[in-house]
Design a protein around this ligand. Structure first.
Ligand SMILES: [Zn+2]
Length: 287
């Protein structure tokens, strides 16, 4: 009997230890990622349409697997209808000056972690400083990238947390249509109710010169990311003006657009969401 209890205790201890290690590795991966880099650039299609998009799906941090699959399909269908070329890759070596030059814009589709080597980062930065286009989707705006220029210049805000109480909530978004802005928001829903995992940021990108396209009303959901023992300091939101989609024209003619929407596959079947993404693509690509 004593032996049985001993075996039981050791088993429970072993299970707890394994669960702890698994959780620790997961938290590290989500926050920092495990950097894996590429050096050999992919081969691009020999023929590219007049409007060509680089769809970058690489993740070294958390992988929104189903969302990446669904969004890729949706964007490819959009490209097919529009007669655009969309080149999909997870190869970071495509971020070189010669290949980037062939694209009107780059989409970071739920890209997480440290995904580019220093020379690849420099090529991307130079591309954006010389009139390139960037569209970031959902996970592309989290805190796993550890790249100051990317966070400050392209995203315009530092990610704090996402909703956890509960993770997915129905909330109401409000269009902030600035009629003087270059981005044409006519046709987008003024009030938009939907469910998602909502992101919260430490600062409002409006204070970094970004135009807000949508806010999400914190009276309609609980923005807290509080998790007992793990994230007890994340029990806050962004106040009455909680930005969730924004954009900016950069010096040098580049354009950047970020949307925090789209954790799940189902979100890439929402017509309003697809309409907004299409508008974003056309604006970022300067069409
Ligand atoms: Zn997510």
């Amino acid at each position: 009997m004593k032996k049985l209890i001993k075996v039981l205790l050791i088993s429970i201890l072993g299970l707890l230890l394994t669960a702890g290690i698994v959780l620790g590795v997961f938290i590290y991966k989500v926050t920092y990622g495990f950097p894996i880099y590429e050096s050999d650039p992919p081969e691009l299609p020999s023929e590219m349409a007049d409007f060509s998009i680089l769809l970058f799906n690489k993740t070294n941090g958390f992988r929104h697997g189903e969302a990446i699959e669904a969004s890729t399909q949706a964007l490819q269908e959009m490209a097919r209808q529009g007669g655009w070329t969309i080149f999909t890759t997870e190869n970071g070596a495509v971020f070189n000056t010669a290949q980037l030059r062939k694209f009107d814009m780059v989409i970071w589709n739920n890209v997480t972690g440290r995904v580019l080597k220093e020379d690849q980062k420099a090529a991307f930065k130079s591309y954006m400083e010389n009139g390139g286009g960037f569209l970031g989707i959902h996970g592309a705006g989290d805190n796993s990238h550890h790249w100051e220029w990317y966070e400050k210049t392209l995203l315009g805000a530092n990610f704090s947390h996402h909703t956890m109480n509960p993770q997915f909530q129905e909330a109401t978004m409000h269009l902030q249509c600035d009629s003087t802005a270059n981005f044409q928001c006519n046709g987008l829903g003024a009030v938009w109710q939907r469910s998602d995992e909502w992101y919260a940021f430490f600062e409002n990108p409006a204070s970094n010169g970004f135009e807000i396209l949508y806010t999400v009303d914190e009276n309609t959901f609980n923005p807290s990311g509080y998790i007992k023992f793990l994230a007890e300091d994340k029990d806050f939101g962004m106040g009455t003006s909680h930005p969730i989609v924004w954009y900016k024209e950069l010096p040098g003619g580049g354009r950047t657009f970020y949307s925090a929407l789209g954790h799940s596959a189902a979100h890439y079947k929402e017509n309003q969401h697809l309409d907004m993404l299409k508008k974003a693509v056309l604006w970022v690509g300067n069409r």
